[in-house]
Design a binder for this molecule. Structure first.
Ligand code: ATP
Ligand code: MG
Length: 475
């Protein structure tokens, strides 16, 4: 047997989407598009502009901003070594040094040794990470493009995939999608916090998302939070034995996260812990009170939740989370908060910031569960053509109908009449446009309404007019 024949018998590997990733297919993608289109529209009315940042960045950018102790950085990031930058730096060094060789009067050997020494100083690789979130990237971009020179605050939104190595389950994926917003600038006026929250609530309202619940809290600032955290730690140590292993560990690493615990057996203990709202410094307490007042002025209904803390390190003061129905335990569709100081932490000018990120996958799931998803996306017109002469007319008819905004299916090969109608039905077409020899020579086209089987003849302009009227009636 020849080698070629042996290869043929090997079963080719059947590739599948990587665990935690998935394909989004029609008709579901129509809902994704509707959601994203609505975001463009609503955010636009609030004066926000879209920013598109890269899908990967230096790992250090995320480590520095999100925090080393967080789950996201300590275990969920997809990080890869990238040797290319080092290579380019070496090339540049040689390009700059080589022309000087003549003047040095050195031996080539000495020169090469020097180059070698120089290269050893370079890191071999740079670690790059698939972005687990986009706030850090937006802050990086704000600094890189000197956006503090623009009229402040700068109001940006983004949408796109994020990557976290988590255990996949309903509403939790390794590649998931976020729609997010950041407001960066010199002011931390409570009205900014309130308007950002008002905007996301308006967006959800426009989508008719069901069971929307907004929770808010203030987690203080660098002044008051550490004192509260110490108090919390002291209280937790007193009840340490009654806590689970995760919470026991968090007493040391991040006591605030204990408040996040969903463990049934810990709920009674957590209820007795001190509330941060009672330990805010004067400035934070005043800010929090003003945010609540501003929300009331905007008719935004909220619930205060003293246990709401965020998973990422950079948050301070206002924090909020929005849940929706139909999602089980992964019911948070939006998380956000204030992060003054993050831009500075990344080497930029002192800047205030607030933002949120919507989990688009969960938003879509919730819309689907409550029946707000569009049904199968049908065609308007299926063109059943027969004969070569009719084919030419059919191509022209398809062009005109599509230009007028109708969705048209034009079969590539001639079909028997019965098969064509069956196909039109399967595709959910509203009409079959029947074009045979008779229709073409008479200049009268037959339009069949598939819902009731009724049939009528039209000239081309009358047909377009009729379809337009019907469409206007049904929308
Ligand atoms: P969770 O507590 O559910 O893990 P989080 O605090 O890690 O959420 P954020 O980093 O605040 O989430 O991200 C904002 C939103 O992004 C979340 O409210 C959620 O809707 C969505 N989200 C986060 N991680 C995932 C994921 N792995 N799959 C799908 N959506 C996600
Ligand atoms: Mg998480």
């Amino acid at each position: 047997m020849s080698e070629g024949a042996a290869k043929k018998e090997e079963k080719p590997r059947r590739f599948q989407a990587i665990r935690g990733t998935r394909d989004l297919l029609p008709p579901e993608t129509a809902l994704w598009n509707r959601v994203e289109q609505t975001a463009h529209e609503v955010f636009g009315t609030f004066g926000f502009g879209e920013i598109r940042v890269p899908v990967f960045e230096a790992t250090e950018l995320f480590a520095r901003s999100i925090g080393l102790e967080t789950d996201v950085v300590s275990k969920e990031m997809y990080s890869i070594p990238d040797p290319i930058d080092g290579y380019e730096r070496k090339l540049k060094f040689i390009e700059e040094e080589l022309p000087k060789l003549d003047k040095r009067g050195d031996t080539l050997q000495a020169y090469l040794e020097e180059v070698q020494k120089e290269f050893e100083k370079y890191p071999e690789v740079e670690m790059l990470a698939l972005r687990p979130e986009a706030t850090a990237s937006v802050c990086r971009a704000y600094i890189e493009h000197g956006m503090q020179q623009l009229p402040q605050p700068v109001k940006l939104y983004y949408m796109g995939p994020m990557f976290r190595r988590e255990r996949p389950q309903k509403g939790r994926y390794r590649q998931f999608y976020q729609i997010g917003v950041e407001v960066l600038g010199g002011s931390d006026a409570p009205a900014i916090d309130a308007e950002v929250i008002e905007m996301v609530m308006t967006f959800f309202d426009r989508l008719e998302l069901q069971g929307v619940q907004l929770d808010i809290n203030s987690i203080g600032c660098r002044e008051c939070r550490p004192k509260y955290v110490e108090l919390l730690r002291a209280e937790l140590l007193k009840v340490k034995d009654k806590l689970g292993p995760d919470s026991q560990r968090r007493i040391e690493t991040n006591p605030l996260r204990v408040l996040d615990s969903k463990l049934e057996s810990e709920q009674g203990i957590i209820a007795t812990l001190p509330h941060i709202a009672d330990h805010l410094c004067e400035a934070c307490a005043a800010h929090y009170a003003a945010v609540k007042h501003q929300l009331e002025m905007r008719g935004v209904i909220y619930r205060e939740n003293w246990r709401l803390v965020r998973g990422l390190d950079y948050y301070m003061r206002t924090t909020f989370e929005i849940t929706a129905q139909g999602l089980g335990s992964q019911n948070a569709v939006c998380g956000g908060g204030r992060y003054d100081g993050l831009v500075e932490l990344l080497g930029g000018p002192p800047t205030k910031g607030i933002g949120f990120a919507i989990g688009e996958d969960r938003l879509i799931l919730s819309l689907q569960e409550s029946g707000k998803a569009p049904a199968q996306q049908g065609r308007d017109v299926y063109i059943a053509w027969m004969g070569e002469r009719a084919h030419a007319t059919a191509i022209r008819a398809a062009k005109d109908l599509r230009k007028a905004g109708f969705s048209v299916e034009l079969p590539p090969v001639e079909q028997k009449f019965g098969k064509a109608l069956g196909q039109a039905d399967k595709l959910g077409a509203k009409y079959a446009l029947i074009l045979g020899d008779n229709e073409v020579s008479e200049g009268l086209w037959t339009l069949k309404t598939l819902a009731d089987g009724s049939q009528a003849k039209y000239t081309e302009p009358d047909l377009l007019e009729h379809l337009r009227k019907q469409k206007a009636l049904s929308s």
